[in-house]
Every structure is written in C-alpha cells, then in structure tokens.
Design a binder for this molecule. Structure first.
Ligand code: NAD
Ligand code: 6OD
Length: 486
C-alpha cells in the first residue's frame, strides 16, 4: 500500500539549474523493494553528464554564491531546511518507496534530520573563527578560510536524504559548489532536494546532481575528474579502496564514512529493560541497514541466558511488512541482490556451526518484496565470517564473555572500528571499557544519540576523517596562513 497522494517521481539530472535527461537518453528502472514493482525511470548518467555538471560547478565558483555575504547564505541554507520540512510528507513517502523502510521512520527521523542538517550548518557558519599567532614583535600570523572548490558527494542507499544533506549542508555553508551522485537504488529524494535548492534561491551551477551507477560510470567519472577538488564518500569499505586508488591520480582530499561491525556490549549490572528496548532498535531498525547497528552483541555470561530469552521474545513481536502500515517495525531490504547476500550469510552461519534462534527466513504470507524476519544467531566464535563481516541486514550474533580482558580482545578483533555501545551501571568500568574500544564513537547506556557538533567517523577500515560541526568545516575548506612582518 502506498499513500496515493504522493506519486513516485521520475528522476532527471540537475545540471546548471536545469533538470535534464542523459545526452544519449539512457535510463534505468527504479524498483520498489517492498513490492518489486517499477516506481519510475532514472536518467543514467556517465562521464559526459559528470563533465557537464563539474563544468557548471567550476563556473559557479566565480559566481554569486562566492560573492554573497554570510547573512544571505545563512538565509538561503535555512530556507532549504524549511522547504524540506514543508515537503516532509512527500519526502518521507518517496524515501520509504525507494528504500523499503517504514514510513514512520522516514517521517520521524530521516526527513526531519535532513532539514535539521541544513538548519544546524547554517547556524554554524556564524561560529567559525580562525587563529592568529603572534611571533614576539617580529610577525603576526593570521589564517583565512576559503572554500575548497568543486566537491563530489557520493552516497549510499540506506539513509539517502539524511546522509546526502549531512554532506551537502556543510559543503555549501563553507562556500563550495557540488556535484552529488546519490545511490542508484534510491534516487528520488535527491531529485526533490535539487528542486528545493533551486526554490530556496541557490544560484545555478552551485548544486548539481547526476544519477547513475558507481564503477565505470558516473561515480567513477566524478572521482577521476581533474576539476573536482575533494570527494566526500559514504559507503562500503571495499568501494572506498577503489575510490582512493582512483583519486590518488589527481590527489583529491577524501572524507570516508565506511562500513561497520559494531559491538553492543552488555554487562550483567545494566538495566535489562532499557538494554532490550534499545537493542531491538540497534539491531533491527531500518532492517539493520544502518552503519551504526550493533550487529555483534556480547553479553556477560551471568546475564547471557536471561538476556537471550527476553531479546528473542521481544524480537519475535516485531511486525515485518508493508512500509506504509503504521504497525510495521521492519520493512523490506533494499534490493534482490542485497537480499540474496544477506540470506547467504544466514546459510553461512549454519555452515560455521551457528544456531538460528530466531528468523533467518522470509515471513509467511509476504511473497513479494525483499522481506526477512529479524534474525538472531548464537554459537559462533570470533573467527567466523558471520562475526567478522558486515552483513547490513536484520541479523545479529550473540556471544557470551567472561571478563573485561576476554571481551576487549574479542571486540577489537575486527578490521572495522565505527561505533560501539557499552551497557553498565558501573561508572569506572564504563570509562575504562569505552576508552579501550577501537572505534570512532562509543555510546554508554544508549545508541545513536547524536549531537551534530561532535566528531562522527570511524577508525581502522571504517573511515578516514570526521564529520560534524567544525570537523565538517575543516574538511570542506582550505586554510591559508598570512604572515605580516611587524
Ligand atoms: P556502496 O559502496 O556500494 O555504494 C555507495 C555509493 O558509491 C553509491 O552511490 C555507488 O554508486 C557509489 N560507487 C560504487 N562504486 C563506485 C566507484 N568505483 N566509484 C565511485 N562511486 C562508486 O555502498 P552501499 O551499498 O550503497 O551502502 C552500504 C554501505 O555503506 C555499508 O557498508 C554501510 O556500512 C556503509 N555506510 C556507512 C556509513 C557511515 O557513516 N560510516 C553510513 C551509511 C552507510
Ligand atoms: O547521524 C549521522 O550524522 C550519521 N552520519 C549517521 C550515519 C548512519 C549510518 O548508516
């Protein structure tokens, strides 16, 4: 069931202030993962469209966006946020059609947060200062900040508008021009965002959008383009490696938010009701397709069985199904290919000696759409691929631990290092364990609680650099030091 008042949109590129088809007219179908039906068509861009978009963005670096005073830029960016809110219901519907995520989730988190990304970064412009350094009576140094230039924004499909605006808002606030390449599986809200940017008064050429695929296509062409100064990329670790190799040819600045296999650590002294309530979310919200999901659950042995009994019982109650039904808690996975990949990991778990305590299969009565029951696996150890590799679906492993040393040894034994959650009421232990986990973000007694000023990003193969507040501005701008001899 789709809300009839909002129709899917066909997706064109947005280049130099105009919606345009591909030069050769090529398109591909946009599939609704919850029905397997075609939502519409998407213009399929490649090197030619990327070239036009980059040319427009480069020209716009000399245009009104650069000359505009801060007050005017703040007002326009605020207006983008306002217009996202004004079209919140439509955007939420499009996001749920594209991704298969429940409409309450798009409506209550993805879209409001997308508006807030613009409101937050427009306010942030006024807080930016630079340093001055005096060298005795010999010289005065001061730093000036300028935009980097043309930025390529490459995004994944799991939180399409939230993550695109998380990059676009600071890139624009810092005065850059951009070319956005959204995920090929979720093109609709990016298309509406381009319209919103135009309606808010962002000058032609400042925001450009090219749809298309990654390898040997639009994504690769954006990374290779010599006039693109930086790439801000969120996606798989393996894609990040390919992009880095290609970006090295033009020595681009890179911001990387990559994959995760995040531990959710539960000590026996924690408040189990709170643990269960939040763990249901950190395991299965957005079908487990959130980079921060706590897919490796570690429970202190004395609390292990009690936790499992409650967790399995509560997970069984989660309604899987139509994203547009208000009672649905878990929607459809993003695509057939991804569904097969996740199912492959469930088969692998059995081969590796695991026990599927819950789920592992398509829910009865849902024959169309990429639906999978919340899946809980036990009996695996740290060396298993299912414990080591990112699955990106509603699938968690639960493993008992005996001591802090044993725990930390297991938790840090991974190539990833995005986030972690620690549940305990022991203050000293919370600090001690949080300090030793190899991750960019550690939550204590909560999950995915965000203040946009704080550094966001991963260590090891989960990312390079930080986003958020000043960290985003650091990435999207260049500092020049001016030294005056006194
Ligand atoms: P993906 O890497 O397959 O694709 C991401 C984007 O990169 C898409 O737009 C794609 O077209 C493009 N792309 C692919 N190959 C490319 C190439 N060779 N050159 C240029 N562009 C290319 O990732 P996905 O499957 O869309 O997203 C899921 C992944 O994203 C998961 O690993 C998840 O953990 C990660 N993710 C990380 C964060 C974070 O903040 N760390 C947030 C969300 C998602
Ligand atoms: O909250 C954020 O700013 C953010 N970048 C979340 C990423 C979630 C990953 O799927």
């Amino acid at each position: 069931m789709e809300p009839t008042q909002f129709k899917p949109v066909d997706c064109l590129h947005f280049i130099n202030g105009q919606f345009v088809s591909s030069l050769d007219g090529k398109t591909f179908d946009n599939i609704n993962p919850s029905t397997e039906q075609v939502l519409g068509t998407v213009a399929e861009g490649g090197a030619a469209e990327i070239h036009l978009a980059v040319k427009a963005a480069k020209k716009a670096l000399k245009g009104p966006w650069m000359k505009m005073g801060a007050n005017e830029r703040v007002a326009i960016l605020r207006k983008v946020g306002d217009l996202i809110l004004a079209r919140q219901d439509q955007l939420a519907a499009l996001e749920s059609m594209d991704t298969g995520k429940p409409i309450w989730l798009s409506g209550s988190i993805d879209i409001p947060r997308s508006a807030y990304n613009f409101h937050f970064f427009s306010d942030y412009i006024r807080t930016i200062t630079t340093e001055t350094t005096q060298m005795d009576n010999i010289a005065l140094n001061y730093a000036v900040r300028s935009p980097l230039g043309v930025i390529g924004l490459i995004n994944p499909w799991n939180l399409p508008l939230l993550l695109l605006t998380w990059k676009l808002a600071p890139a624009l606030a810092a005065g850059n021009t951009v070319v956005m390449k959204p995920a090929e599986l979720t093109p609709m809200t990016a298309t509406v965002l381009a319209e919103i940017c135009r309606d808010a008064g962002i000058p032609d050429g400042v925001v450009n959008l090219v749809h298309g695929f990654g390898p040997n296509s639009a994504g690769a062409a954006l990374v290779e383009h010599p006039d693109v100064n930086a790439i801000s990329f969120t996606g798989e670790t393996s894609t990040g490696k390919v992009i880095m190799a290609s970006a090295s040819k033009t020595l681009k600045r890179l911001s990387y938010e990559l994959g995760g296999k995040n531990p959710n650590i539960i000590f026996a002294d924690s408040n189990m009701d709170e643990v269960i309530e939040t763990t249901l979310k950190s395991s299965f919200i957005n079908q487990g397709e959130v980079c921060l999901c706590g897919s490796r659950i570690y429970v202190e042995r004395s609390a292990y069985q009690g936790f499992l009994d409650k967790f399995v019982a509560k997970s069984r109650e989660l309604v899987v199904g139509d994203p547009f039904e208000p009672t649905t808690k878990v929607g459809a996975l993003i695509s057939e290919e991804h569904y097969e990949r996740v199912m492959g990991y469930i088969e692998l778990a059995v081969e590796e000696g695991g026990t599927i305590l819950l789920g592992g299969k398509r829910p009865e009565g849902l024959d169309k759409g990429y639906y999978l029951e919340p899946t809980i696996i036990t009996g695996l150890n740290r060396d298993c691929r299912v414990v080591q590799e990112e699955i990106f679906g509603p699938v968690v492993t639960v493993i008992p631990f005996d001591s802090e040393d044993d725990l930390l040894d297991q938790v840090n034994d991974t190539q990833y290092g995005l986030s972690a959650t620690v549940w305990t009421n022991d203050l000293r232990r919370a600090h001690r364990v949080a300090g030793q986990i190899e991750a960019g973000i550690v939550w204590v007694n909560t999950w995915f609680l965000r203040d946009l000023r704080t550094p966001f990003g991963g260590v090891k193969q989960s990312g390079i650099g930080r986003e958020g507040g000043l960290h985003s501005f650091e990435f999207y701008s260049e500092l020049k030091n001016i030294c005056i001899k006194l």
